[in-house]
Design a protein around this ligand. Structure first.
Ligand code: NAD
Ligand code: ZN
Length: 267
């Protein structure tokens, strides 16, 4: 195993060849792939209105029960940030890659919709979405008003809307710390990882479980693992190749080395 930062390094060429040969590629993304779109990761410190809060302490059911308007306000602020942010070259390269390999299954821990807006088909969202809130009590989906949410006025709190079915408070449609993952997405992700012949892990620290167990499963099956991250991660010790760089730079470089041919539609 070695690390490279230069473009067109022999390792970049060798990984591009591995991607070309792969029949079933899995890509796992984390907050890092959206960092270059201006969406902060949880480990980046927050700025402005939110700098005095620890995101790890806002992203829990207990925090919502303690102060629903604070937590709803934070998620509305994050949703506003996402809606204002375009997909970056990393998201776009993955969407293009999906059309150039026999099969690419994209699993994300992100709650933004930047993969979809970049054109990636069928994204598996392990941690839900900022864009699909639901009732805290009866789980009925809540339809958000179209357009941009308003920035919490001079403060941080926005009272959550009420459920159209039971009048209960609406909560963000994300998976909080301490909650289980949506079971269908998780089953599909596990199956994809068990059957893949290459796993590419991008912009994820490998600290958040159970998502972080996906590269471990691949490793147990002797599946090669490519890591793309500017900082060391928990998966580095099981990686076959590590690119210590930004997703928005490495992915387009890799894509350039992959010959363009259209996927057969007869599968
Ligand atoms: P994380 O915050 O634990 O780690 C982010 C990783 O991204 C770090 O390893 C960092 O080195 C790396 N990174 C930073 N800039 C990068 C770049 N330009 N290119 C590639 N990598 C880069 O994120 P996580 O592993 O996804 O886990 C945190 C949890 O936070 C997840 O459950 C996720 O749901 C949630 N989250 C999501 C978003 C989002 O949807 N955009 C944003 C923040 C947090
Ligand atoms: Zn309800």
């Amino acid at each position: 195993m070695s690390t490279h930062t230069q473009s067109e390094s022999p390792e970049l060429v060798s990984v591009a060849q591995k991607i070309c040969r792969s029949q079933r590629t899995v890509v796992l993304t984390g907050a890092g792939i959206s960092a270059e779109s201006g969406i902060p990761t949880f480990r980046d410190s927050l700025t402005g209105l939110w700098e005095q809060f620890d995101p790890l302490e806002l992203a829990t059911p207990e925090a919502y029960c303690r102060n629903p308007s604070l937590v709803w306000g934070w998620y509305e602020w994050r949703r506003m940030k996402v809606l204002q942010s375009p997909p970056n070259p990393g998201h776009l390269a993955l969407a293009t890659l999906a059309a150039q390999v026999p099969q690419l299954i994209l699993i994300t821990q992100n709650v933004d919709d930047l993969h979809e807006r970049a054109g990636s088909p069928a994204v598996l969202h392990l941690h839900g979405s900022l864009h699909h809130p639901r009732c805290f009590e009866c789980h009925h989906p809540h339809t958000l008003a179209p357009g941009m949410p308003e920035e919490p006025e001079g403060g941080r709190t926005v009272p959550p809307p009420r459920c159209s079915q039971c009048c209960g408070p609406v909560r963000p449609g994300v998976v909080w710390f301490g909650e289980s993952l949506p079971s269908l997405a998780w089953q599909q992700a596990m199956a994809a990882v068990h059957h893949c012949d290459l796993l590419i892990s991008i912009g994820t620290s490998g600290l958040v479980y159970p998502a972080a167990s996906l590269p471990e499963i691949a490793h147990k099956n002797n599946t090669p693992i490519i890591v793309i991250n500017p900082a060391p991660t928990e998966q580095d010790n099981i990686a076959t190749h590590i690119f210590r760089g930004r997703a928005g730079e490495i992915l387009p470089q890799l894509l350039k080395l992959i010959p363009h041919h259209h996927r057969s539609r007869s599968m």
